[in-house]
Design a binder for this molecule. Structure first.
Ligand code: NDP
Ligand code: OXD
Length: 317
């Protein structure tokens, strides 16, 4: 039976917790944590990883598949030494539900003006502001994949006027869809709350820039435009978000991801009154759910069934 190697770096990732979970579910399988001198590279069939060290994969002559322990694969795909084995990403109910929680929370928070009421509370001010109904507010999701679609459907159920933008054409009940370069401007022009759930690829890098933010709808029911980015930090230009806030192209932003993580202490985003920052934890990868997901895939694969959610390396996600 091929061994599994767990190779993860970065804050918040505890390989021992993942190993314990894998072993609890598959006690007969060898599950190693990188780096491990006792691990025979010839026995490693699968690497489960988050931000692996450069050149890691070259040492495993019998590698059969690589599993990204997150939904995004930008931490892997740019590696010119990535072997030609299937690259699989996580698609799991637990992860999707966590992202939906984050998106719904932040859309509602801007819609219900929570920052304003928190500021009033600090001053003990009892003052009510006009509150549009969700059905008057246009929310747009940039990226209608596994995560974007679920969030869009939930927000539609709450009553928001929903639209989504994707690379290829989509048709979703109750959600207006736009796609391709030609669809982007019309999508932005009708969107007051922009939620970004795109992957980081050469085509999406820096897409959340001043020119794009200026195209959002500012004269809608909310009286301003809002950005929520839980996709990737490399999609956004921090200085442009600050400039958009400064000139009121944006009225507020919720940012979970940043070009440099952790967000440097000197970033003016930290202290901006209209910005809400979370530490890239919109949807964390929980080993209690995802170890089972990966093991199910490995067991299917070893029974001769195809792997699911294999990344399209040409598209980059
Ligand atoms: P999917 O691959 O399922 O969906 C990606 C979506 O983006 C698709 O709709 C795709 O279009 C669209 N897209 C890709 N490139 C372009 C482009 N150039 N122009 C327009 N649309 C584009 O990914 P998921 O929904 O599973 O995840 C999305 C991202 O969320 C991940 O890549 C990751 O970066 C991020 N993420 C962040 C987390 C966090 O905690 N902050 C946690 C988990 C994920 P099409 O449908 O046409 O292919
Ligand atoms: C992911 C992430 O891609 O956690 O899953 O960012």
């Amino acid at each position: 039976m091929s061994a599994i190697l767990l190779a993860m770096t970065g804050a918040g990732w505890d390989p021992a917790e993942w190993q314990a979970r894998f072993l609890a579910l598959a006690p007969r399988r060898e599950v190693r944590i990188w780096p491990d001198r006792a691990c025979n590279p010839a026995e490693v069939g699968y690497v489960c990883t988050w931000k692996p060290p450069p050149g890691l994969f070259a040492q495993f002559p019998h590698l059969k598949a690589i599993f990204s322990l997150g939904a995004g694969v930008d931490h892997l795909i740019g590696d010119p030494l990535l072997p030609a084995v299937p690259l699989v990403r996580v698609v799991d109910r637990d992860l999707t539900a966590r992202m939906s929680e984050y998106v719904v929370l932040h859309v509602l928070l801007h819609h219900r003006r929570l920052r304003l009421y928190r500021a009033q509370q600090r001053e003990k001010i009892w003052h009510e502001h006009a509150q549009p109904a969700a059905s008057e507010v246009a929310v747009g999701i940039l990226g209608l994949g596994v995560l974007g679609r679920e969030a869009a459907e939930l927000l539609a159920r709450i009553g928001f006027r929903m639209a989504g933008f994707s690379r290829t054409e989509k048709s979703l009940a109750g959600i207006e869809t736009f796609h391709g370069k030609n669809g982007l401007d019309a999508f932005l022009a009708r969107t007051e709350i922009l939620v970004c759930l795109l992957p980081h690829t050469p085509a999406t890098e820096g897409i959340l820039n001043l020119a794009l933010l200026r195209k959002l709808k500012r004269d809608g029911a909310l009286g301003g435009a809002y950005l929520i980015n839980a996709g990737r930090g490399m999609l956004q230009v921090d200085a442009d978000i600050l400039a958009a806030l400064e000139e009121s192209s944006l009225a507020g932003a919720s940012l979970d991801v940043f070009p440099t993580e952790p967000l440097p202490r000197e970033s003016p985003l930290w202290n901006h009154p209209n910005v809400i920052i979370t530490p890239h934890n919109a949807a964390v990868s929980d080993p209690r759910a995802l170890a089972r997901n990966v093991l199910t895939q490995i067991e299917r694969f070893e029974r001769g069934l195809p792997l699911e959610h294999v990344v399209d390396r040409t598209a980059g996600y």
